[in-house]
Ligand binder design. Structure first.
Ligand code: NAD
Ligand code: UGA
Length: 468
């Protein structure tokens, strides 16, 4: 019979480790789940008495309220966590390398390696080690080499790949109801036994037929492939949006017509100002790097174009704003509604808003920002990082952060919708119109608002994928 897991550790209390293991704790009351992180502030937030959690995710607080202190624990004691656990998820960050070999493309595996080395150093009993982080194909091999080289007698390590497919903003419902759970293992008796043990955990709430078990390398590559194909749909629809703007076709109508084909499907075909988030670009660049390392330059070029199209889409949108505002935005006030990379998250990693605002800054416009979830410190940090060498004091002369959409729009010449927050659909646009300079422009980067209705109020509306 497979090992019945009763003690799980998760290393990394971020956007993936936190929600994923909180849901495991909820669905498996018989399993003790501990989530550890090196970042004390993050752990304190997870433990905060008033549930001011470090990440905003609909439904998450409710899950944590039910389990915290019962069978869900947050801690910075990584060593104790490792010693106690039977199964360990490694859910640390794997950002794109900033320097050295593969800079700008390859994944920085330093955090994965450090976590692996710590497991090897501290463990005194056998462990199932699960890659939860998104990693390049064959990373499990490096992990195994490190673990085996450091293992003690009576201490064996089995490695599994179990990539996470949740999307931010819908993490809890994605975890409750996943399209599939993917587990990769070596096809040895020990590998299969470890796989069965992890499968047993998910089987507490996921149907058997939705738990796919495959080889380790397939599992690792499937994660990169899934993100590359999802992002590819967005770049394809965004490329078509440029044709729509030039021809009078309407991208929503085109996407709808194409998506009706059951082979294409209707989801994930929304034209936008460009995809953001911590993973699409990173994982595609990772795939590009892998292809190049394997001497497959045509394959690398194919996937690289998905990222290039996304950069083009952002540039094109900024340029359209400048062109429409009579070819100059110098000294003009622009309200940017939304700073998060998508709705229902406070996450700003690779958000298109950052690029747009940087472009507006370099045209010497004045920028007002409002986002319902992103905190001010995060906005300043992102703007600072986007404009290296420019002191924050100078940025603050051009940029102001506001506490409501209405405030942000006051005296503005143009409103740019950068994130599809539902509340932007429901703004009192008649009020906004009164407060703005005339002509009052709206640039909808998210196909969010009803252009006809806004036009009737008096706005001059520009929408992605529609001619003006
Ligand atoms: P994150 O930065 O939010 O969280 C990672 C955490 O790991 C950080 O809090 C960091 O302090 C901690 N950490 C790093 N090294 C550690 C160590 N040695 N010991 C203890 N803690 C350590 O990252 P994330 O968004 O949760 O992503 C984690 C992984 O999951 C990445 O590989 C990412 O590609 C993948 N992923 C992310 C998403 C998503 O929606 N964000 C979805 C699927 C997969
Ligand atoms: C994405 C994938 O959807 C998840 O399956 C995956 O687990 C995750 O990456 C990851 O590996 O990190 P996420 O980035 O959280 O999830 O959010 P998405 O909903 O995929 O949105 C990504 C970006 O694409 C956002 O900026 C969103 O606004 C944009 N998008 C999405 C569009 O522009 N059009 C669409 O039709 C869909």
């Amino acid at each position: 019979a497979p090992l019945k897991v009763t003690k799980i550790l998760c290393i990394g209390a971020g956007y993936v480790g936190g929600p994923t293991c909180a849901v495991i704790a909820l669905k498996c009351p018989h399993i003790k789940v501990t989530i550890v992180d090196l970042n004390q502030a993050r752990i304190d937030a997870w433990n905060s008495p008033d549930f001011k959690l470090p990440i905003y995710e609909p439904g998450l607080e409710d899950v944590v309220r039910q389990c915290r202190g019962r069978n869900l624990f947050f801690s910075t004691d990584v060593e104790k966590g490792i010693q106690d656990a039977e199964l360990i998820f490694v859910s640390v960050n794997t950002p794109t390398k900033k320097s050295g070999v593969g800079a700008g493309f390859a994944a920085d595996l330093n955090y994965v390696e450090l976590a692996t080395r710590q497991i090897a150093a501290v463990a005194t009993s056998s462990k199932i080690v699960v890659e939860k982080s998104t990693v390049p194909c064959r990373t499990a091999e490096s992990m195994r080499t490190i673990l085996e080289a450091n293992s003690k007698p009576n201490c064996r390590f089995d490695i599994l790949s179990n990539p996470e497919f949740l999307a931010e903003g819908t993490a809890i419902s994605d975890l409750f109801n996943p399209d599939r759970v993917l587990i990769g293992s070596l096809q040895t008796p020990e590998g299969k036994a470890a796989c069965a043990a992890l499968k047993g955990v998910y089987a507490n709430w996921v149907k058997e037929e939705q738990i796919l078990t495959v080889g380790l390398w397939s599992s690792e590559l499937s994660k990169l492939a899934a993100n590359a194909m999802l992002a590819q749909r967005i770049s394809s629809v965004n490329a078509l949006s440029a044709i729509c703007e030039a021809t009078g076709a309407n991208i929503d109508e085109v996407a709808n017509a194409v998506g009706y084909d059951s082979r294409v499907g209707p989801k994930f075909l929304k034209a936008s100002v460009g995809f953001g988030g911590s993973c699409f670009q990173k994982d595609i660049l990772n795939l590009v790097y892998l292809s190049e390392s394997l001497h497959l330059p045509e394959v690398a070029a194919y996937w690289r174009q998905v990222v290039e199209m996304n950069e083009y889409q952002k540039r094109r949108f900024s340029k359209r704003v400048v062109d429409t505002l009579f070819n100059t935005i110098t000294g003009k006030r622009i309200a940017v509604l939304g700073f998060a990379f998508k709705a229902d998250t406070g996450d700003t990693r690779e958000s298109a808003a950052i690029t747009l605002i940087r472009d507006f800054q370099s045209e010497r416009a004045l920028v007002n920002i409002y986002d319902p979830q992103v905190n001010e410190a995060q906005i300043w940090a992102d703007l600072q990082e986007a404009s290296p060498g420019i002191p924050l004091e100078s940025i603050k002369k051009q940029v102001t952060i506001h506490k409501s959409a209405l405030d942000a729009c006051r005296d503005a010449e143009a409103v740019v919708i950068a994130t599809e927050w539902k509340e932007f659909k429901e703004i009192a646009w008649e009020e906004v119109y009164k407060y703005m300079k005339k002509p009052a422009f709206v640039f909808d980067g998210r196909l969010l608002v009803d252009a006809e209705r806004l036009g009737a109020i008096g706005f001059k509306v520009t929408t992605i994928g529609r001619s003006a």
